[in-house]
Write a protein that binds this ligand. Structure first.
Ligand code: CKU
Length: 605
């Protein structure tokens, strides 16, 4: 059980949520002397930086962009006098990858894991009716004891740099919104919902956790603002007559209002939009409200010009418009849980999300995407430090599920991306993370993980854990690219035949496939990296998808070009985007649009 509430910050009758976004003071700590120099009371200099954002791409100096180590943020916050007697919290949407928070010089909390929110109770450290200083020490070093995994190396000049075991730039900082929250002493801490559809009606089983003993009341409003159901008590069932279901690209959202009541007095109120839907996997089908769905869409990233991995409301809107235009219905939050606003938008737009925890890089190689395709045997889960990593991983799963469990858009949990699975040591590790997800989610959503190229029948020891098998495959790119594409297809089919022979009776989806393509490049006849080759590659891949009934989804890698660490395999970033980083279409976008608009929702039912 988490020690703080993960509910999204909202102002209601009883709650105040004040955004601290804007310009913060900022400073690198290359000598790691911040604490000793008294920075916990205020940091030196006058450098200002926007929050939310990654710090890296604002500056023109390479040393700043590639900086690994400690860096500090500072902001003054005014706490109104009338808030005395309430419970006050600072809430960080994300601090990548770890943070220590000080208020008026007093350390109030620390948190590890860069893609999930955390709260610190500041009730007893703030001055009321006065300005208070918030100072945050953030650190972005990569290790094998936290997710995502990697190393931190030292250059000859003594500077530290990041060596990710993953293929995205190590953007970091206060990348999501910061809030000051004022809650009543007794408040709503958490709630769970589960759905059952019976004929025209629906039952919502609920459980509400509060910090006190007063009674709880729930009211459900439809989109017209009419009361659709009511209930009393911390757990029970709400009956919704003639329920409007939440459907793919046809979302219907009810508003759930939860109140703590002391007689007639409202002690606390919380509101959230919810969608009535069921999700399950049955044989090889993915069933939403009992109806088969075929996934089409993307593996994405939170990545854009200038703000890096920082949440950008405009980029989010553009991405959803492009996903609608192309006929997508789903995406995977590769390779970390995204900003909460993105899930809210998916709820509203009726997109299906595979929610992925930041367990990426569990494969000891700086170039895992190359080595995995060689069939080379590798090891990862037999390190002395693995138990520490497992703890961080489990903590992140708990934070993710607690944060995201009430979004109708979230239909599955992806618990690892491309881990090493060919060694027995992976098995007990998987056992723990898969069990934890099952135990934490009352909706029992399907659990999955993305299988790297060398996780194949006969070698992979972990696919039995998955309720839905998710493959990352690059036949025609990392394996037999270009003029060898016919051989790539043969190998691809050979692998799919091997999966078929196992007769797993589970749905398969492609959580990655794709070819790097320069938006600037055309060539006839095609060569790898040209737009013509991306089309050829997709035609071959789609033909394979269409040949196997148990394949129930395709999420191409990637939605847009994105930044990575520099290197000989990356041309200023990964160029597998169907859209450029500036969110304009490559030719392949039109091919996918045609296909995805034509495929029925229940394709291969
Ligand atoms: C992608 C073996 C596939 C690994 N996959 C991970 C993803 O993060 C990378 O960007 C490969 C790629 O384009 O190489």
């Amino acid at each position: 059980m988490l020690e703080y509430s993960m509910l999204y910050p909202r102002t209601t009758l009883s709650r105040r949520a004040v955004s601290l976004d804007g310009m913060w003071k900022f400073c690198l700590d290359e000598q790691e002397t911040g604490e000793k120099s008294g920075w916990t009371f205020g940091i030196p200099g006058n450098e200002l930086i926007p929050v939310p954002a990654s710090f890296q791409d604002f500056y023109t100096e390479k040393e700043i962009r590639d900086y690994a180590g400690d860096f500090w943020y500072e902001k003054d916050m005014f706490v109104p006098e009338e808030w005395e007697g309430r419970e006050l919290f600072l809430r960080f949407g994300a601090a990548t990858h770890r943070a220590v928070v000080y208020v008026n010089g007093t350390k109030i909390t620390e948190h590890e894991g860069g893609f999930l929110p955390f709260l610190a109770n500041v009730t007893r450290v703030v001055r009321y009716g006065a300005s208070n200083k918030v100072v945050v020490k953030v650190n972005n070093e990569l290790t094998v004891t936290n997710i995502p995994c990697g190393e931190t190396a030292r250059l000859a000049n003594g500077r530290k740099i990041s060596k990710p075991y993953f293929d995205f730039f190590n953007y970091s900082g206060l990348q999501r919104s910061v809030y000051l929250l004022a809650l009543p002493k007794e408040y709503i801490f958490d709630f769970d919902l589960n759905y059952e559809i019976s004929g025209k009606d629906a039952n919502i089983q609920y459980r509400v956790k509060t910090t006190g003993g007063h009674s709880v009341m729930l009211t459900l409003y439809d989109e017209e603002g009419r009361i659709a159901a009511q209930a009393k008590g911390t757990d029970g069932t709400m009956e919704v007559k003639n329920a409007r279901l939440w459907r793919v690209r046809d979302a219907y959202l009810y508003k759930l209002v939860i109140r703590i009541m002391d007689g007639e007095r409202i002690v606390d109120e919380y509101q959230q939009e919810i969608g009535i839907r069921t999700i399950e996997v049955k044989n090889t089908l993915i069933l939403l409200n009992g109806e088969p769905v075929y996934l089409r869409g993307f593996g994405k990233h939170e990545d854009s010009d200038i703000v890096g991995r920082g949440f950008h409301i405009g980029v989010m809107k553009r991405d959803f418009e492009l996903m609608k235009w192309i006929g997508a219905n789903s995406f995977r939050t590769a390779h970390y849980p995204y900003s909460e606003e993105i899930y809210q938008m998916a709820d509203r737009e009726g997109f299906l999300i595979i929610d992925e925890v930041a367990a990426v890089g569990m494969f000891e190689s700086l170039m895992n995407f190359m080595e995995a395709s060689t069939g080379k045997k590798t090891a990862f889960f037999e390190k002395e430090t693995t138990p520490v990593l497992l703890m961080a991983h489990k903590r992140a799963i708990e934070e993710m599920i607690t944060r995201d469990k009430n979004h109708p858009s979230v239909i599955a949990w992806s618990l690892l991306n491309e881990p090493e699975t060919t060694n027995e040591a992976a098995v007990p590790y998987f056992e723990e993370v898969f069990q934890l997800a099952r135990q934490l989610d009352v909706q029992k959503r399907p659990r999955t993980f993305a299988l790297i190229m060398n996780s194949v029948p006969g070698a992979c020891k972990c696919y039995p854990f998955s309720d839905m098998i998710a493959l990352n495959r690059y036949f025609g790119w990392y394996v037999k690219g270009g003029h060898e594409i016919a051989e790539a297809e043969a190998l691809f089919r050979k692998e799919m035949d091997a999966w078929k022979a196992l007769n797993l009776n589970k749905p398969f989806i492609f959580s990655e496939y794709g070819a790097d393509t320069l938006g600037s490049e055309h060539k006839l006849p095609s060569v790898m990296w040209s737009q013509e080759y991306q089309e050829e590659y997709l035609k071959m891949t789609n033909a394979v998808f269409d040949s196997y009934d148990f394949i129930k989804g395709e999420q191409i890698w990637n939605f847009a070009d994105f930044q990575t660490t520099e290197g000989i395999l990356r041309v200023n970033g990964n160029k597998k985007g169907v859209f450029t980083r500036q969110r304009q279409p490559k030719d392949a976008a039109y091919l996918l649009r045609k296909r995805w608009k034509e495929l029925p929702l229940d394709y291969k039912r």
